[in-house]
Write a protein that binds this ligand. Structure first.
Ligand code: DX5
Ligand code: ZN
Length: 218
């Protein structure tokens, strides 16, 4: 069995009973909680902010994988550390001084992730890849759950895996957007280490079984 991780995205949870959905993930075979923070500027949508993440952190018993879709994310690194983020991922397209930002995240005691939009080539990570713990490849345009998977992602995974090997980087490859039970196997075969799934998990009639199926995909 492949050693990949599964990170359900709470963006697709039922917010009228968020505690129940968090408990479901706690009891499931999921590895992380994926938490999408949107500011209505970097992406055309606003998700949830600090009070909600604080509540999630109190109930969640697995690492928080926080995906920041916000401009000037460095304003909030310390806040997210205090809220319990284990992984903090920032968009390549949202920061000017990526090297400084990645090191600030690590110095605060979190794992540092860099996110690429679908149009951003992986080669742009050449100068930073050795210093990052996670690269999140967007396989939809960020901002919304339930969108259609972009097929060119497979090729990006292969290129990124090669770059990680060449630069002896510890980075995990995470895929976010449109992941389902049909494409999961092909994503893992291409080199993905972490599968994010929102709609696939939370719209399924049996979310724990869907998480198990994603986890046991080979
Ligand atoms: C989109 C978010 C995703 C989203 C994925 O901007 O980054 O994490 O929740 O949702 P699905 O799995 O439904 O495409
Ligand atoms: Zn995300």
């Amino acid at each position: 069995m492949s050693q990949h991780l599964v990170a359900p995205s709470l963006l697709s949870a039922d917010f009228t009973r968020l505690g129940d959905d968090i408990e479901m993930v706690n009891r499931s075979e999921a590895d992380w909680f994926h938490i999408d923070v949107m500011d209505g500027v970097f992406v055309p949508n606003i998700s949830f902010g600090m009070p909600v993440i604080k509540a999630i952190g109190k109930t969640a018993k697995k690492p928080l994988d926080v995906h920041l879709m916000i401009v000037k994310p460095e304003r909030y690194f310390e806040t997210f550390r205090d809220l319990g983020a284990a992984y903090l991922s920032i968009h390549y397209e949202a920061v000017t001084h990526l090297h400084r930002a990645v090191h600030q995240i690590r110095e605060l005691g979190m794992k540092a992730g860099v996110v690429l939009n679908p149009h951003t080539p992986v080669q742009l990570l050449e100068g930073i890849i050795a210093d990052v713990d996670l690269v999140l490849l967007m396989s939809v345009n960020p901002g919304f759950g339930g969108q259609k998977f972009i097929e060119s992602t497979y090729e990006k995974i292969v290129k990124l895996k090669k770059l990680i090997g060449e630069k002896h980087s510890p980075a995990l490859i995470e895929i976010d957007g449109g992941v389902d039970l049909k494409n999961a196997g092909k994503l893992l075969a291409a080199g993905a280490d972490v599968l994010v799934a929102g709609n696939t998990v939370f719209s399924s009639p049996d979310p724990p079984a869907t998480i198990r199926a994603l986890k046991h995909t080979v």
